[in-house]
Design a protein around this ligand. Structure first.
Ligand SMILES: *[C@@H]1O[C@H](CO)[C@@H](O)[C@H](O)[C@H]1NC(C)=O
Ligand SMILES: *[C@@H]1O[C@H](CO)[C@@H](O)[C@H](O)[C@H]1NC(C)=O
Ligand SMILES: *[C@@H]1O[C@H](CO)[C@@H](O)[C@H](O)[C@H]1NC(C)=O
Length: 481
């Protein structure tokens, strides 16, 4: 009897533990906008750190160890702990070696050369300031501007020397971070012929358009547009945003399920798929854009203003920005929906396997030196950035005059926009524009303080000063609807 109770307790406790674990685990991956770090695949699992050594510069007391340790290679530090690496050597090319670590105290080492930052985790009150004369800064930020608006401001961007962002001109451009390979574009697995798609609309009561989104309050305010569009053409919405159709329960966890073959099959049955990003910035392109192309469904895009450059040809997607209103868009969709030849003209590349010469897609993919999904043959973009910084640090050691400077446009996204009741785009409006303007105030205060040599301030102090500045300007401008 006693033993049974024991066993029962043990099983009960284990179950609770497992449930708690999965609860938190799930949240890490829940965002279907590619905003979770869970989407980055780290190829090497370096040895796991003693957590007490991470993060806190002040807590790492062993001065001598970090400052005198003879490493004989430039020291690079992830200021925002990221790879869980307490210290190891990386080799970039034959001769070039660097020591890289998450431990901030290595800043005291005589070979310390550069900090690396993961954009989403950077906080203005927690930057390593004042900066040493020779110290170089690198920014990895492949995620949406909504995660951290500070990089939408020039004075912040130009603090960096090296960048890896979704912008095509960054040092390690990650524009195609959500595309596995060029073969995905030509994949035939989920392509349904147009007559069958038409029949499915009748037989299975499918709408012309599919929408699957579970992040409903976004800086692009996409749902406001979709809501208007839905008044003029049917949209089957499977996610929690504007939900009107149920997904099978095992497919509801967005990120885990989005590449599930049943989802790809589902999207493939539809004629059109809404590919609306959560924020609008040049070259910010996610899986929403590639998935319809992969399955032979026409993407209706709202995202990068230069999205055409990454399409297989100039006639493979429909942009909402080419239409004045959702009504006009819906009229065109109805037209394409009922004209088989016109429909198929949007997926020529599926039949011809050709990418137009003007498209950057083929070139970008063939020049890309990193892979995704734990591609062991090529490694990932995190290692590429680490090596870029390592090589450049070596170069500046040899040639003292060599300089590197990030530009605003290496991230630099525009202010958020929204839509009015008719689905017309409004510049500088909406609740996210407020967040953006508030961040501007934080950035301004921050710049003034560091110009005055004030480096030691808390988040609360920064917010207090930013709020003082924000409120009057916010009252003056009527940028909220
Ligand atoms: C699209 O590409 C075709 C062939 O490459 C070209 O003739 C046409 O002018 C292009 N259209 C636009 C709008 O760029
Ligand atoms: C790195 O950027 C900072 C800030 O713009 C600049 O002062 C410094 O000279 C740059 N370092 C190199 C090696 O280019
Ligand atoms: C920063 O400020 C805190 C509290 O105001 C103080 O305890 C700490 O010593 C200061 N640190 C530096 C490096 O000045």
């Amino acid at each position: 009897m006693r033993i049974q109770i024991h066993r029962f307790q043990l099983i009960f406790c284990s179950l609770v533990f497992i449930l708690i674990f999965f609860y938190f685990y799930r949240w890490r991956y829940i965002d279907d906008d590619g905003d979770a770090i869970g989407t980055i695949y780290i190829t090497e699992t370096r040895y796991s750190p003693d957590k007490s050594m991470l993060n806190d510069y002040e807590k790492n007391k062993d001065e001598k160890y970090f400052s005198n340790r003879d490493l004989n290679a430039p020291v690079l530090i992830w200021w925002t702990p990221f790879t869980y690496d307490t210290g190891s050597y990386i080799r970039c090319g034959d001769q070039t070696r660097c020591f890289i670590s998450n431990i901030r105290k290595y800043r005291d080492n005589k070979d310390f050369s550069a900090f690396l930052f993961y954009g989403t985790d950077v906080r203005l009150d927690e930057l390593p300031l004042p900066r040493l004369q020779h110290e170089q800064w690198a920014l990895l930020h492949e995620e949406s501007p909504k995660n951290n608006y500070i990089f939408s401001f020039e004075s912040i961007m130009t603090m960096f020397n090296h960048t890896a962002t979704f912008k095509r001109h960054s040092d390690v451009p990650l524009t195609t971070q959500w595309l596995g390979s060029i073969e995905d574009i030509f994949d035939q697995t989920f392509v349904v012929d147009v007559q069958t798609k038409t029949r499915l609309q009748a037989d299975q009561n499918l709408a012309p358009i599919i929408y699957i989104q579970s992040d409903c309050n976004t800086p692009s305010d996409r749902d406001l547009y979709v809501q208007q569009l839905m008044k003029h053409i049917r949209v089957d919405s499977y996610g929690s945003c504007l939900h009107n159709k149920d997904l099978r329960s095992d497919l509801r966890n967005p990120v885990a399920a989005m590449e599930h073959i049943d989802i790809l099959e589902l999207v493939g049955k539809y004629k059109f798929a809404l590919a609306f990003e959560n924020a609008i910035c040049t070259d910010y392109i996610t899986e929403k854009f590639w998935r319809p192309l992969k399955v032979g469904t026409i993407p209706i895009v709202y995202g990068s203003d230069r999205y055409q450059d990454f399409l297989p040809d100039n006639h493979s997607a429909i942009s909402i920005m080419d239409f004045g209103t959702p009504i006009e868009l819906s009229q065109y969709i109805h037209e394409v929906n009922s004209d088989d030849a016109l429909y198929d003209s949007y997926r020529q590349f599926k039949f011809t396997h050709e990418i137009s010469r003007e498209s950057l897609l083929a070139r970008t993919m063939s020049e890309r030196t990193w892979g995704i999904h734990n591609d062991r043959t090529r490694g990932n973009f995190i290692s590429k950035l680490e090596c870029l910084v390592c090589e450049r640090v070596h170069k500046t050691r040899r040639e003292q005059t060599q300089t590197y400077q990030a530009k605003f446009d290496d991230y630099g996204c525009p202010p958020p926009t929204t839509f009015d009741e008719d689905g017309i785009r409004l510049e500088r409006a909406g609740s996210w524009y407020r967040t953006y303007e508030y961040t501007r105030c934080q950035v301004e205060v921050f710049q003034e303080w560091i110009a005055q040599g004030i480096y030691n301030f808390t988040e609360a102090q920064l917010n207090e000063a930013a709020s003082k500045r924000f409120s009057p300007s916010f009252r003056r401008n009527e940028f909220l609807k």
